[in-house]
Design a protein around this ligand. Structure first.
Ligand SMILES: Cc1ncc(C[n+]2csc(CCOP(=O)(O)OP(=O)(O)O)c2C)c(N)n1
Length: 313
């Protein structure tokens, strides 16, 4: 969680200071969801994300340096500098891809899960999506198809209560996403998405069931992003009906501070160890940033090599 937090803080500064040309969608405050879920996944699973996927790729062990290089449009980036923050790819670590077409990767996760089933690997497909993405028709088709075909897929909804700038109360008759799992007869759990332990436990139970061939699962993790929809601002100006009080209340539920306090109270961790950890990860992030910054961009004609497939002779 700390690595994700510090990496995203670095991206926020890089964007604010003009080093990053394209937009970055930060999930600061939501780190416990990907961290808890990834802790029960395998690198051979098939994970898909969307426009806010830094946490998803890093939680699987993705390289901070290659993420930075991608966001900075360097040829050493995860997608060779062709995609930026919203087109991440790190298949060796299980991350099959993110695209900014909201919900666009949800059916792909179902297909990837089904492929794993046919291959008999017991790996799963996994789609991260938001409460806004739940409003896309293709998600409902995906839930239905996954259930009918008993596809090994986990749908993880990061319900942060906002879609871009609009609160869920202005978009939907109910704040709960699990009602769509119930409608499709899919096994589900609803968790406090700012509690990494609860998220891990709920994900573990669902994933175990999915791997044993009993069909899809649905995890609703209720959380909140501290920043606005895009880039480094702390909202208010970019969030309709989002007040400073609401942001501050959620800041008090910081998933990292909660884990730290829990571990200290249980006698497993202390302030000194936390300082060492913060120092180490902060240095790692800083080194990754400087290294990526010094890398070269792709050549202008490289794009045609990746966008179009080569014709067979
Ligand atoms: C198909 C499609 N429609 C609309 C958009 C514009 N758009 C980008 S992000 C977003 C809201 C997504 O909300 P949510 O899924 O809750 O994710 P969050 O941004 O809260 O993490 C929208 C509507 C888009 N990128 N793709």
């Amino acid at each position: 969680m700390l690595r994700i937090r510090l990496a995203e803080r670095c991206l926020a500064s890089g964007r604010r200071d003009g080093f990053i040309g394209g937009p970055v969608h930060l999930g600061i405050g939501q780190e416990a969801v990907a961290t808890g879920v990834a802790s029960v996944l395998r690198k051979s699973d098939r994970i898909f994300g969307g426009h806010r996927s830094h946490s998803h790729v890093l939680s699987m062990g993705g390289s901070v340096y290659r993420l930075f290089a991608e966001v900075l449009a360097r040829k050493t980036g995860m997608s060779r500098g062709m995609g930026g923050s919203m087109h991440l790819w790190d298949q060796p670590n299980g991350f099959y891809g993110a695209v900014p077409i909201v919900a666009g990767t949800v059916p792909l996760a179902v297909g990837a899960g089904l492929a794993a089933k046919f291959q008999g690997t017991q790996d799963i497909g996994l789609a991260y999506l938001g409460d806004g993405a739940m409003e896309e028709g293709v998600v409902h088709e995906s839930l239905n198809l996954a259930r009918m075909l008993k596809a090994p897929v986990l749908f993880v909804v990061e319900n942060n209560l906002f879609a871009s700038h609009m609160h869920i109360s202005l978009r939907q008759p109910s704040e709960t996403m699990a009602r769509f799992a119930i409608a499709n007869d899919i096994d589900y759990a609803v968790v406090d998405g700012n509690d990494v332990v609860k998220t891990r436990l709920a994900a573990a139970a669902l994933v175990q069931r999915i791997r044993s061939g009993q069909g899809p699962g649905f995890l609703e993790a209720v959380t909140f992003r501290w920043f606005g929809h895009v880039d480094w601002r702390e909202d208010i100006d970019v969030g309709v009906h989002r007040s400073a009080d609401e942001v501050n209340a959620w800041r008090k539920r910081d998933p990292i501070a909660r884990l730290y306090e829990g571990l200290c109270n249980a006698g497993c961790f202390d302030e000194g160890q936390m300082k060492v950890l913060e120092q180490r990860i902060s240095q790692e992030v800083q080194d990754a940033w400087e290294r990526a910054l010094n890398d070269e961009p792709p050549s202008a004609n490289a794009i045609s090599e990746y966008v179009y497939g080569k014709r067979a002779a």
